[in-house]
Design a protein around this ligand. Structure first.
Ligand code: GLY
Length: 317
């Protein structure tokens, strides 16, 4: 008889610089906690880490307040191009799509590619795959994101990244969180998986590649898994997700690996965040950005990182 392990789960809806008012916090908390509860229930029923990650990413991609799938930000030419990846820690197998358009759930393409011989596809290849799989064309554009793009165009795209949290000047519906999304899971068999999905930084050059569909932003082995959020270039420069996972594989505790990696990122003035868990059941998070929209379930309790102090913070449970 195989021993059942207590499953663990952590998800994020991005990292950034502002969370507007208590109404914003309450709404983001409600959204993230609802998704954590749904995915955790699935894990308790015996779902694999990989399928729980895919389901969690789908729920987050379908939520227009987050910058992935529906509600993705627009690039400099006014188009949406999304990126997503899935890493199965047990198989140590990475798959993903880069800059794909007109699809509802980019994470489903990453799922399909897990079993393919060519496992990471970009623009034309990803579009061809969508056509091959006969996935219906889908417009991920929301009015909110269009207005944001029009406004920023007037300022010649001065911002380095689209708002993680929409500003209230754009209407009541814009008070909640937005950002790259990610899910990291330990299932009842002790297997780890990680998934990350994004609309990108927003206002970027055509062809810019996000960390979210690179191991730098999404990585897992049998020992640990990490999903990153924040400025992709900063995450790539730190090679953040594998750095944390490899430190754990080499014997460091998850807490120390997160703390050391985020201290280095902070010293390098990076703007990012990460969620992680290990095969022993530890859950960790860290940020150098002002806010990190993460929520977790460790089997005993559900919690979140929505009201951490501004500046570099790490935590472990
Ligand atoms: N971390 C998401 C991006 O920079 O594209």
């Amino acid at each position: 008889m195989t021993t059942q392990i207590q499953p663990k789960l952590i998800i994020h809806g991005g990292a950034g610089s502002s969370l507007q008012g208590k109404g914003g916090v309450a709404k983001v908390r409600q959204l993230l906690h609802g998704i954590v509860e749904e995915v955790y229930t699935m894990l308790l029923a015996g779902a694999s880490a990989k399928s729980a990650v895919i389901w969690g990413c789908q729920l987050l991609e379908d939520e227009p307040r987050f910058n992935a799938g529906t509600g993705s930000v627009l690039q400099s030419d006014g188009q949406i191009r999304m990126s997503a990846s899935l890493m199965d820690g047990a198989a140590q197998s990475f798959s993903g799509v880069i800059n794909v358009s007109r699809v509802k759930n980019p994470i489903h393409l990453a799922k399909f590619l897990q079993d393919a011989s060519d496992r990471v596809l970009s623009d034309y290849g990803a579009a061809e795959l969508v056509r091959e799989l006969q996935i219906p064309s889908y417009d991920a554009l929301t009015d909110m994101r269009l207005q944001e793009w029009i406004k920023d165009r007037q300022n010649n795209f001065q911002r380095t990244m689209a708002g993680v949290i929409a500003e209230s000047e754009l209407g009541e519906s814009s008070n909640a969180g937005r950002g790259t999304i990610g899910v990291v899971v330990l299932d009842t068999k002790g297997q780890v998986a990680a998934g990350t999905s994004t609309g990108g930084k927003g206002f970027e050059r055509i062809g810019r590649v996000s960390d979210s569909a690179m191991p730098a932003g999404n990585y897992a082995t049998a020992n640990a898994g990490v999903s990153c959020t924040g400025i992709g270039e900063d995450i790539i420069d730190e090679c953040l997700a594998p750095k944390i996972v490899i430190r754990v594989s080499d014997g460091m505790s998850l807490q120390t690996a997160m703390e050391k990696s985020l201290t280095e990122a902070g010293a390098n003035k990076r703007d990012l965040g990460a969620i992680a868990l290990d095969a022993k059941g530890a859950i960790a998070w860290g940020k150098t950005s002002d806010i990190l929209l993460a929520a977790f379930h460790n089997g005993d309790k559900l919690g979140d990182t929505l009201e951490l102090p501004v500046g570099k913070q790490t935590g472990c449970i």
